[in-house]
Design a protein around this ligand. Sequence first.
Ligand SMILES: [Fe+2]
Length: 295
Amino acid sequence: MFEEAQYFAPVAAQADGSVVVELSASHPGFADPVYRARRNAIAGLAVNYQPGTPIPIAEYTEQEHEVWATVTRELGIKHAKYATAEYLDGTARLGLPQERIPQLEEVSQLLEPLTGFRYLPAAGLVPLREFYGVLADGLFHSTQYIRHHSVPFYTPEPDVIHEVIGHANALANPRYAALYRLAGQAARRVEGEEALEFLSKVFWFTMEFGVMQEANELKAYGAGILSSYGEIEEFRGMDIRPLDLSAMGTTHYDITKYQDVLFRAETVQHLEDVVGDFWDTCDDDSIAKLVAARV
Ligand SMILES: [Fe+2]
């Protein structure tokens, strides 16, 4: 999922136990009462979820499954050209359904034997410390709703296509999964909110929007790029910079636009050496030094 509050539609629990998702007027589903009812019902599943129990089943409609099938087919074509070998390895190992939206419980059952990761349902924004912290336990918070059918290649929020096609395929690769876990351990280790925000930005510029050199081509491994039909065609033309912890942890990003500054790892080993080691060892003091080095 994405971390920024403004990216998620707010979710409000009502006194009668029902749940309302407050879509903005610019959301493609804003004027569609059927879609809004679906969003409320699906958000209610996560709000009422009890940890330790099976993930509630979201009963998707045929129209929703069709959106998944369309986007899966088109992104698959682009992944063959633009995704890293490790991401494609994860995709092959995971074997997500192509024609229908998988339940998060099913995603967990496919993923757990590969890297130990399981999914948790999220209605919307999950607080940073909780979202990152449970990565250390091999748990990944995920929304369950899907984008509006009128614009299958666009979503203003992280939907199940982003969470599962973007993240689960990456989490199925052991080296990427290990990096997610290290980010979680770092989030548990740091105490200050500034340090937490810094390491979450490093996550943003790597596991969400990271790119990697592969032979003579630039490939993507970040879930945000790999789940975005438009962005995946654009990333090679962006401002590509070398991996730099101080820069990544302090660079502002605008979630409402394509990411125009991206950071390139030379290899997976390079990513592990720079970013993995950072998450493995960072604390509030070392992060304060990285922030100071930037100013
Ligand atoms: Fe994400």
